[in-house]
Write a protein that binds this ligand. Structure first.
Ligand code: NDP
Ligand code: MG
Length: 395
């Protein structure tokens, strides 16, 4: 039995997307540290049975299922427990504002993460940000909101967590360059011909990380790295030309910061997302873990190479979107979500994805200083335009 003062020091965490790869790993962190963290809100979209199991195990205060069709099943299955059960996207925005929550982990995938993140910031909650699409789509709005409400945004993405860790203790020291490492994904050595016929099952086999399907495809196409460049710009306030991508296939160095004096700091570790998730919860403290450590006898080589933006066109497209700014990153994000969903249904080829995204970028009206409503409309319209352009690129 916990005493009142012990309970007061336990951070209450809302996990948006608790049934996903990041969400389930966050629950492992919470399970390992019952004296420090409590799962207060758990949410999912479709996987209702997994959510029920998590709710019975972690006994959160609230659960939300975004897909309203699954509400009755969730409510009935938890009827014997004092857990509040809600459904729908609006409920996600409402529950993150609940008073006792300390940290909101945004582990939903895609554009759907934007609104609840904004709602959590308005409610003054610390954001542990995994959902990079939020910053890709509307980085400026998110930063302005976070500044207005004095809300810290702590990165969970391994590269950005690495940079964040390198920057700790460096207040006042200017960054010369951020060096984002990329594994290169499963197709690093594929020829253009092999890429053109690459299949879903090949793309889903990431060499170093176990992740949700969408980000795994983004990693194979290097759109993930392009998004991370945009994410880095908003998180760390640097110019696009200060962000360099280096392919590092071993995924041991998670990213680096080069300072004005030429010194470079790096953060290293095994590829294990539980570490950056836990650090986002515990910052500025570190908590002892038994996660696997690097075995230097087995890690004889750390190698680096330049990314090939001709074969991996998406990385270049993301840089272009970042340079154009305005609603262009939102356009790229929406187009990418549609083509990745199509690729996962075998209705577009791997290289067709980049071709369609580029066409959409040329077709959609550009807005220099978009409002939130502009982003909503841009997202909706881009999805329609992208869908129309997909058919000629059938696999
Ligand atoms: P998953 O696909 O594994 O999980 C996504 C989660 O979001 C699931 O719980 C899913 O619910 C829920 N979800 C999906 N769509 C919606 C929606 N429309 N409304 C509400 N909930 C929704 O993704 P990941 O965990 O891999 O990734 C989550 C985010 O973290 C992404 O933005 C990704 O880019 C980022 N990230 C992930 C990393 C990783 O290692 N996985 C690393 C760095 C960043 P359900 O399953 O029930 O449908
Ligand atoms: Mg990453």
């Amino acid at each position: 039995m916990k005493t009142t003062s012990e309970k007061d020091t336990i951070k209450k965490i809302a996990i948006l997307g608790s049934t996903g790869s990041i969400g389930t790993q966050a629950l492992q962190v919470i399970k390992n540290n019952p004296d420090k963290y409590e799962a207060y809100v758990l949410t999912a979209n479709n996987r209702v049975e997994e959510l029920i199991e998590q709710a019975r195990k972690f006994q959160p205060e609230v659960v939300v299922i975004a897909n309203e069709d699954k509400y009755a099943r969730l409510r009935d299955a938890l009827a014997d427990l004092p857990i509040k059960v809600y459904a729908g996207p609006r409920a996600l925005c409402d529950v993150v504002a609940e008073t006792p929550i300390d940290i909101v982990l945004t582990a939903m995938v895609g554009y759907a993460g934007l609104q609840p993140t904004m709602s959590a910031i308005r409610a003054g909650k610390t954001i542990a940000l995994a959902n990079k699409e939020t910053l890709v789509v509307a980085g400026e709005i998110i930063n302005d909101l976070a500044e207005h409400y004095h809300v810290p945004i702590i990165p969970v993405d391994s590269e950005h967590s690495a940079i964040f860790q390198c920057l700790t203790g460096e207040i006042g020291n200017d960054i010369e360059k951020l060096i984002l490492t990329a594994s290169g994904g499963p197709f690093r050595n594929y020829s253009p011909e092999q890429l053109a016929t690459a299949t879903k099952s090949q793309a889903l086999k990431h060499p170093n990380w176990q992740m949700g399907a969408k980000i795994t495809i983004d990693s194979a196409s290097m759109m993930n790295k392009g998004f991370e460049v945009i994410e880095a710009k908003w998180l760390f306030g640097v110019r696009p030309e200060q962000i360099e991508v280096v392919v590092h296939p071993q995924s041991i160095i998670h990213s680096m910061v080069q300072f004005e004096d030429g010194a470079i700091k790096a953060q290293l570790g095994m590829p294990d997302m539980r570490l950056p998730i836990q650090y986002a919860f515990s910052y500025p403290d570190r908590i002892k873990t038994d996660f696997p450590r690097i075995d230097w006898a087995k890690c004889s080589q750390l190698t680096f190479e330049q990314p090939d933006t001709k074969r991996f066109r998406n990385l270049q497209l993301a840089y272009e979107a970042l340079h154009q700014a305005g609603n262009m990153p939102c356009i790229v994000n929406a187009a990418n979500e549609v083509v990745v969903a199509a690729f996962l249904k075998d209705t577009i080829s791997f290289t067709g994805m980049s071709e369609v995204i580029e066409k959409v970028m040329n077709k959609m009206p550009y807005i220099h200083k978009p409002s939130y409503e502009d982003y909503v409309l841009t997202d909706q319209e881009t999805r329609i335009v992208t869908q129309e352009l997909i058919s000629p690129y059938k696999f």
